[in-house]
Design a protein around this ligand. Structure first.
Ligand SMILES: [Zn+2]
Length: 55
């Protein structure tokens, strides 16, 4: 499940698998689907990340 978290006052949607965060829920969902299916991230998707890694 995509997590909705607050980061420095902005809303960030976090992929629960790779931990990357996005400002767009649709992209976070796409990332999670891709991570689940391929066991790896898509560069096309993660380039939109505003938050990187699990922190
Ligand atoms: Zn992901």
């Amino acid at each position: 499940m995509v997590q909705n978290i607050a980061d420095k006052g902005r809303k960030v949607y976090k992929c629960s698998i790779c931990g990357f965060g996005y400002t767009d829920n649709a992209i976070a969902k796409k990332c999670e689907d891709f991570c689940k299916k391929h066991g790896a991230c898509s560069l096309e998707i993660t380039k939109h990340a505003v938050l990187r890694g699990n922190s």
